[in-house]
Design a protein around this ligand. Sequence first.
Ligand code: AMP
Length: 271
Amino acid sequence: MKIIKEINQDILNSDICLIPTMGALHNGHLSLIEEGKKLGLLTMVSIFVNEKQFNEEEDFNSYPRPIEDDIKILQDLNIDYLFIPESNYIYSKNDFEIIDSGVLGKQYEGSSRPGHFDGVLTVVNRLFELIKPKVAIFGKKDAQQLFLIKEMVFKKRYEIEIIEGKTIRERSGLALSSRNLLLTDSGKEKATLLYTILKEVKKEFRDRRELYAFEVFSSKYPNIVIDYLEILNLETFSKPTEKTYEYIVLLAATIEGVRLVDNIEFKLEGA
Ligand code: AMP
């Protein structure tokens, strides 16, 4: 595995499968990497804690950065490149394009974290410009992010195939996340409620087609602070209509001051 800080001509001459991360690697990241390795391209993992997508300085500063552990994990996986750029390489000369994530970028996760998705799209766009990958892999765990990235690729007519990795969970149902490292054991136990709630919403909606009440779940699970709980059309990320067949439920909550997001997809049976 070559550890690089800058992109060179060899890389530009190769067919790269890029897996962008912010490090603190867990099995969710590893499953994306395993997917990538199956493609027969050169596999590149990037680790870059992108300040532009943090709307709170404290959140950026406290984001876990176990870089030595990450390097060991990746060495064992036998990937081709680990790209660990400096911020001034990614955002050189301040003449990079700032991507506007549009209306959807200001809703749901974007409503609570102003500028977050502009920051995400800006860095992903920079990575795409610098590396020119053939394929890039992102997790469905961050479903709104994935949707916005696919939209950006479409709008910019990038010839980059986007592969969607399934969400990897602990046995308890808790979706793996680097932020889980910031939780105590009791916080982690509470955090399992996110998936419990998502499964309940899915069941309620499928059984009764009644739009669940955010307030119902907020009062039923007072141990966690629910930020939003939304059922959307999976295809469009807009509010469902009578004709919607595929759905996604988005949930964000704060536990011990740590912001966690999760989602579940489902289809209406017999529709
Ligand atoms: P992050 O390091 O949090 O920016 O995540 C890097 C990539 O890993 C993103 O595409 C995430 O959607 C994906 N990811 C994060 N958690 C999981 C998970 N539990 N399962 C699968 N993919 C994940």
